[in-house]
Design a protein around this ligand. Structure first.
Ligand SMILES: [Fe+2]
Ligand SMILES: [Fe+2]
Length: 275
């Protein structure tokens, strides 16, 4: 069993069900995201590991029923123990009040500055169990074997954004980093050259600067990463991880382009034609 991501490349996938990305005794990872004909599709992921049931970036209010239906094919949705919010955006965590209704005792894993903002979706922050993700990269959620490691990713795109590394599956869950705007979505990237265009379109507008990207790439390079699972667009399998990190390291974006022509201009027609 182990990692199943590369096998999903080009495969026909039944998106009405949770899609297994990693399976080993006592540790399973699933895609449980939204399936919609829209270039800005949202991925959500569930890690079931021992007594921990961790839901990452469950999505907006309109995604709630879909994501819950997929989760319920695996576990009772009220038994989710942790919800990770990689940043505060509505497409990432707008559904949190509905998940809190299902299980008021769930632990919400996020950074302090995200914690300030997400109660505006409509819940009382003093009644929530929080796990604070430190900007010092020393926050972990211990599993029976291995851990989820939370690493800060400043200004990508939120000032206090972070990512999650699963040491058992070696999947790096990156939130909006490595997100792609795609007309033709596939669960796993099959053509990385084409995918670079789809990554470019998202990153040049959302990410702060190449300096921020380099800081992040330097931080994650020492980790053995077998797949990159973003919140939008296709999952990047192991064979493209090195190239993906190189691509990000070199990309000019955000304030780098204030006085330059954005490379996304040339891509707009092709990527947005069916919007
Ligand atoms: Fe975002
Ligand atoms: Fe997003």
């Amino acid at each position: 069993m182990g990692l199943l991501v590369s096998e999903l490349k080009g495969a026909a996938v039944d998106y009405s069900k949770p899609v297994p990305l990693f399976k080993e005794e006592g540790h399973e990872v699933y895609w449980v995201g939204s399936y919609e004909e829209y270039i800005f599709r949202c991925n959500a992921y569930l890690i079931v590991s021992g007594d921990k049931r961790v839901l990452l970036d469950p999505g907006g209010i309109q995604h709630f029923e879909q994501v819950k239906a997929r989760v319920s094919q695996l576990i009772e949705p009220s038994e989710v123990t942790h919800i990770v919010a990689h940043h505060q955006d509505p497409d990432v965590i707008g559904s949190l009040p509905l998940w809190l209704k299902l299980n008021p005792n769930v632990t919400v894993v996020t950074t302090p500055r995200t914690q300030v903002l997400i109660p505006y979706y409509g819940f009382d922050r003093s009644k929530v169990n929080w796990l604070d993700v430190s900007p010092l990269d020393d926050t972990m959620l211990e599993l029976e074997e291995g851990a989820l490691v939370f690493l800060s990713a400043p200004f990508l795109h939120f000032p206090d954004a972070f990512v999650t590394y699963d040491s058992r599956s070696k999947i790096l869950f990156t939130g909006d980093i490595f997100a792609a705007i795609q007309q033709r979505w596939e669960l796993v990237v099959s053509d990385f050259e084409e995918h670079k265009n789809e990554l470019t379109y998202f990153h040049v507008y959302y990410m702060a600067s190449n300096k921020a990207l380099r800081h992040f790439v330097e931080k994650v390079r020492p980790f053995p990463v077998d797949a990159i699972a973003p919140q939008h667009g296709s999952i990047i399998p192991k064979e493209f991880v090195g190239e993906a990190l190189d691509f990000l390291e070199e990309l000019k974006c955000g304030i780098d382009l204030l006085e330059e022509e954005s490379p996304a201009r040339a891509l707009i027609g092709r990527i947005l034609k069916n919007r």
